[in-house]
Write a protein that binds this ligand. Structure first.
Ligand code: ZN
Length: 195
């Protein structure tokens, strides 16, 4: 599917919760398949329905040695419908370099909670609940924000961290990858044991 890019009002649209009947429909199941295929072909770590112009509260995530984000630990393919997010505020926050399939060739630093708990349904309407930490928690917060019309650039407080991908690689990748490694070690080693 074509990915909406920044400035497209569909990225800011109000999204709708699905009933189990709507979720079972072939239109929605086809949309979920298309989201997965689009995320994979664009090498995204995740994609949310508004990014393909669809007003539903659905996102998918998958991280597996992603060339756009080599420092991100793996997340198995996960389809999340009607999610609710709980921020583990006691763990604190940190700053993460993010990018987005809807904001081509741009990265910037965003403050994210170090831990979240996500509740929702899987694609079959079964209850899904999972805790995420560190960089994986940031990925989940990024995708969840899309369902509320929020883009990562809305949350970039220090606009001087904005960088195109070439300059990110040239000037920032090494430092951030080093930091990312420490976060993964501290918060995410063994994080996938319970998947
Ligand atoms: Zn995004």
């Amino acid at each position: 599917m074509e990915i909406c890019t920044i400035g497209d009002p569909r990225l800011r649209q109000k999204t709708l919760e699905l009933t189990r009947e709507q979720l079972r429909s072939s239109a929605i199941q086809d949309l979920i398949d298309a989201l997965i295929a689009t995320m994979r072909s664009a090498h995204g770590a995740g994609i949310a329905a508004p990014q393909v112009g669809e007003p539903w509260r659905i996102f998918v995530v998958e991280v597996n040695q992603n060339p756009r984000y080599p420092y991100k630990p793996p997340i198995p393919l996960t389809v999340v419908v009607n999610p609710e997010i709980y921020y583990e505020k006691s763990l604190g926050t940190h700053f993460v370099y993010e990018g987005c399939l809807s904001v081509p060739n741009m990265r910037g630093k965003v403050q994210r909670y170090l831990g979240v708990r996500l509740k929702g349904w899987d694609r079959y309407g079964q209850i899904y609940e999972q805790e995420y930490r560190g960089l994986s928690a940031a990925t989940i917060q990024h995708e969840y924000d899309h369902l509320n019309g929020v883009m990562f650039i809305d949350k970039v407080e220090d606009v001087q961290t904005l960088s195109d991908w070439d300059n990110y690689d040239k000037y920032h990748a090494k430092t951030f990858a080093h930091y990312a490694e420490s976060v993964v070690l501290k918060y995410e080693s063994g994080a996938n044991d319970d998947h």
